[in-house]
Write a protein that binds this ligand. Structure first.
Ligand code: DGJ
Length: 738
């Protein structure tokens, strides 16, 4: 009873007005921070033929006006009312998609950026525009950098995010760049695939809402989706030679995301960069995060010109030693796999040299003693020579190759480890693993944690020690056969979400070190075939292994897709045995050569299994390839048709001065003799020049007009009627102007 009375008294005290006067909660003053007014200005980012036009409002907001063919900006005419955020962020007005989102130390999620300065510098054919922006409340700073490659019509753009505060902030989204493309209809060409099935072309109308292409594989990009695209604007059909096309490619070898956000306002916003998936990134006080560059090009003349822009730019500015010719080669993989001894390899070297090839590459299987690498279940990580297989040593093989007049190269896969290896036992903490969980194996192997500087040193050491096996090693094939599963880094501790970014940055810092020490060695970028085909890796690598699929008929499509973004000088392209080891297909040797000769030619078989006639034919193809390969490596590519939709497909590579060209054609169907011969109209020639047209790689001629002289105009207007009747008929023509 006493207790009840006490409670009633308490309640009365609480509700009685004025009773027990409480302290009012302190209301924080909401002072609006003023954004200083600025002088509005137009920012023109221009190449020879294209223009990205930005402006600042008087409040300092950065907006994009247009991206397209170059127009005169003085006096500036703006016919469209609406401008778009040049770099949409999370904060202020809600956007459909954003390039940047940040969580601040107090939990605040809003960022608003205003321009504080613009600079423009010209150097060596590149005009660099830097736009500095600032958030006046959180004080975050962002720099947007646009590098305009004037002659090549390519613009590279990226962002740099600086935390000037005293506490760390967390980046939850940190794209490289954004661009807005107005239009009524959009056809997106992107590249999906899988192992032995890379760069499969996919064309889709861009739907309203957000469509993404992305990778979450950690170590790789390309198998499933290459970080690149072509967007045909105001078009329902894909065209090689007409219509506006915007193409993009990201310089990043890990998780990425490219969003296409289409709204009813009649445009698509493209936002591209590192994939924020499981990648919240802490940015410490005073630290800057530099995003990878996004590459853009614009063509008013269809996809072909967009590809050529990227190709020229890549050869001149991006690919390691771009513009040089890499040697033809014999690779030991499909010819010997893991089963070889010195005599097998010297025999292959003899045959390679005899056929006129210029390099022999010893692939997987040469290393590990305690856990010998006799199949893919053991040995990765133990990079010591298996003396049971090659007792004479690598230097013996390299010297042997040199004596035969050819170079020597060797395979490594330094980012990986087999559980059955000494390395796995010695350094379990170097393996990517998640506490308490089984480590997932793929191809019987685990991934090493490249976010760890000790692992970076180890990976550098693998390359370095391999190079010490002989001073005659001139080529390294760097493989990476799996993706990251169940991510986990002992090294990163509580900051696991840095892993995907730090892995790729770790990789780049290793290959940059390698390049300092070994500037001249040719390094091929292989990732179980073409899973690491991107412009990030190509800064350090000379070429890539396009695909483990060496079947000529399916390779045509893989190489076609690859050529949309990446130049032919990069495409490792090998003639292999039939039936093909991946597909079981049978194709004639000539067809296999005619397909392989459109990239960096190689062979990947046991030459001992070839007939004498086949070897003679191979020697002829290799010899004639040397006559025109500079065109494949440095010429402009014109694709004729589409192997997905036509049964006659062709490629023309033309020298910059248009005085020489090489033309390849393939039949992918049977044609009755009753049908007219298919006609191919060439492209890219000089209409006024007269070309001598000579057929190469012939078993018999496929054109009645062989060795004649024809005007470029005629060849492009009337074309060549090829005597193609059967599936796998193919022809190569060399064109030389007087
Ligand atoms: C995958 C590569 O793509 C092949 O060319 C070959 O090097 C194997 N790895 C070796 O294991």
């Amino acid at each position: 009873m006493k207790k009840t009375l006490f409670l009633i008294a308490l309640i009365c005290m609480a509700v009685a007005p004025g009773a027990n006067a409480r302290k009012k909660p302190q209301v924080k003053q909401h002072t609006v921070v003023e954004v200083p007014k600025v002088q509005p200005q137009l920012i023109a980012i221009e190449t020879e033929n294209t223009q990205l036009l930005l402006k600042t409002t008087d409040k300092g907001e950065l907006q994009q006006l247009r991206y397209g063919v170059k127009l005169d900006t003085a006096p500036f005419e703006n016919t469209r009312k609406r401008a778009h955020d040049a770099f949409p962020v999370a904060g202020g007005y809600t956007r459909d998609d954003v390039a940047l989102s940040v969580t601040y130390p107090d939990g605040n999620l809003n960022t608003e950026l205003y321009v504080t300065g613009v600079t423009q510098n010209k150097a060596a054919g590149i005009v660099t525009t830097e736009i500095s922006l600032k958030d006046y409340v959180t004080l975050l700073e962002v720099k947007l950098v646009y590098e305009a490659y004037v002659k090549e019509d390519v613009i590279a753009s990226h962002s740099e995010i600086l935390n000037p505060g005293k506490k760390p902030v967390t980046l939850t989204g940190y794209a490289s760049a954004a661009i807005n493309i107005p239009g009524e209809e959009f056809l997106l060409t992107s590249f999906h695939g899988d192992w032995a099935y890379e760069m499969q072309v996919q064309r889709t109308e861009v739907p309203y809402g957000i469509t993404s292409i992305q990778s979450r594989k950690g170590t790789q990009t390309t198998y499933n989706a290459n970080p690149s695209f072509l967007l045909s604007v105001d078009a329902r059909e894909f065209s090689e030679s007409s219509g506006d096309v915007v193409a993009g490619a990201l310089e990043w070898s890990g998780n990425y995301k490219i969003d296409f956000s289409r709204s009813t306002s009649g445009s698509v916003d493209i936002i591209a960069g590192i994939n924020p998936y499981n990648s919240e990134y802490p940015l410490g006080p005073g630290k800057t995060f530099r995003t990878p560059r996004m590459l853009w090009t614009f063509s008013p003349r269809g996809a072909g010109q967009a590809s050529r822009n990227f190709h020229r730019w890549a050869r001149r500015h991006q690919i390691y030693s771009g513009g040089t010719v890499n040697p033809t080669l014999l690779n030991s993989w499909e010819g010997a796999y893991f089963t070889f001894t010195t005599p097998v390899l010297t025999g292959m070297i003899d045959d390679a040299a005899a056929m006129g090839l210029e390099l022999f590459v010893l692939d997987d299987g040469w290393f590990a003693k305690d856990f010998p690498r006799n199949n893919d279940s053991a040995g990765l990580g133990d990079w010591e020579l298996n003396t049971d297989k090659i007792p004479e040593g690598i230097d013996y093989l390299a010297s042997y190759a040199n004596e035969k007049g050819i170079k020597f190269g060797i395979w490594i896969e330094p980012e990986m480890v087999n559980p059955r290896s000494n390395l796995a036992a010695a350094h379990p903490e170097w393996v990517v693993r998640s506490p308490g969980r089984e480590i997932i194996q793929k191809r019987n192997q685990w991934v090493l944690d490249l976010s760890n500087p000790d692992v970076q040193d180890f990976v550098f050491g693998v390359f370095d020690r391999t190079m010490q096996l002989s001073d005659k090693i001139e080529y390294i094939k760097w493989d990476c056969n799996r993706s990251v599963e169940s991510l986990g880094s002992d090294y990163l501790g509580p900051e696991q979400s840095r892993f995907y970014v730090d892995y790729i940055q770790g990789l780049y810092s290793v290959v940059a070190r390698i390049r300092e020490k070994y500037p001249n060695v040719i390094v091929q970028c292989c990732s179980g075939g073409g899973a690491r085909v991107d412009y990030g890796s190509l800064k350090y690598f000379n070429e890539f292994w396009t695909s483990d699929n060496t079947d000529a008929i399916t390779r045509i499509k893989i190489q076609y897709g690859t050529s949309m973004i990446y130049p032919a000088c990069l495409h490792g392209s090998h003639v292999s045995a039939v039936p093909n080891h991946q597909t079981g297909n049978m194709t004639p040797l000539k067809f296999r050569f005619d397909v392989a000769c459109t990239g960096r030619l190689g062979m990947e078989l046991q030459p001992k299994n070839m007939t004498e006639d086949e070897r003679v034919f191979a020697s002829r193809c290799i010899e004639s390839y040397k006559q025109y390969r500079d065109l494949v490596f440095t010429g402009d590519l014109y694709r004729l048709g589409d192997p997905w939709n036509t049964d006659l497909y062709g490629l023309v590579y033309v020298s910059e001065d248009k005085s020489r060209a090489v033309f390849f054609a393939y039949s992918t169907t049977f044609r009755s003799r009753a049908l007219a011969a298919p006609v191919v109209k060439l492209q890219g020639l000089d209409p006024s020049k007269q070309y001598k047209v000579t057929e190469l790689n012939t078993d018999h001629s496929y054109w009645w007009g062989n060795a004649g002289r024809y005007k470029g105009e005629y060849l492009m207007t009337e074309g060549i009627d090829l005597n193609f009747r059967r599936m796998f008929d193919s022809a190569v023509f060399y064109l030389e102007a007087r």
